[in-house]
Design a protein around this ligand. Sequence first.
Ligand code: DC
Length: 225
Amino acid sequence: MTAHPPFFIIAIDGGAASGKSTSSKVLADRFNLLHVDTGSFYRGVTAEFLRLGVSAVDSPAVVAAAHALHFGTRLHRRSAVMELGGRVVPDAEIRSRVVNENVSHFAAIPAVRAALLAYQRGQTGVARTHHFRGVVMEGRDIGSVIFPDADFRFFLHADPVERARRREKEGGHDSIAERDRLDSTRKTAPLACPVGALSIDTTHLTPAQVVETLAAPIAAKFSRG
Ligand code: DC
């Protein structure tokens, strides 16, 4: 029997512009992990629903549309890119103002979260098939719902003024305070630091310092095999 090499799951949760994306991409490169940005999945689904004319307040239509989704995954370097019915929603569309404004409303709907749950967990299979050493998955409920038994669970947060400054610097039109309010107060899988996760305030840290804070315990564990 062939022994499988250890496979690692790293969960990174936090609000918008808390530093998740930058650090998870660097960790993916450094430790040969599949990078999975679950926010981009919620954004892709939102863009698809808007394209179909489905409104977030029309529950039966959302449930029907969520059941009809056909997911696939493509790789772009080390990142998992979602396909819907064989099509990738272009990045400009998933980062658009209309998606920013609608994504938290769709993400609050249990049928939408249920539709994405198995797909997100299934990214471990994609990672194994492509010989990654594990996954680094970023989102809002990764350490609480998707992978509560992950090897590492981090929760990043930062002062709202600093986060708005970061988003503006990226050139985004995004009312992150409003999205965070909706994401934190929804009933299903709200944004919150999961019990036992390592909470890190990134307000006064550079992106490189955030990476090093996350990488140190991972490197220690990896070197032990
Ligand atoms: O990470 P992001 O800002 O691109 O995420 C977009 C939205 O998707 C966010 O406002 C809430 C939702 N989301 C979620 O509810 N659960 C996740 N695991 C990831 C994102």
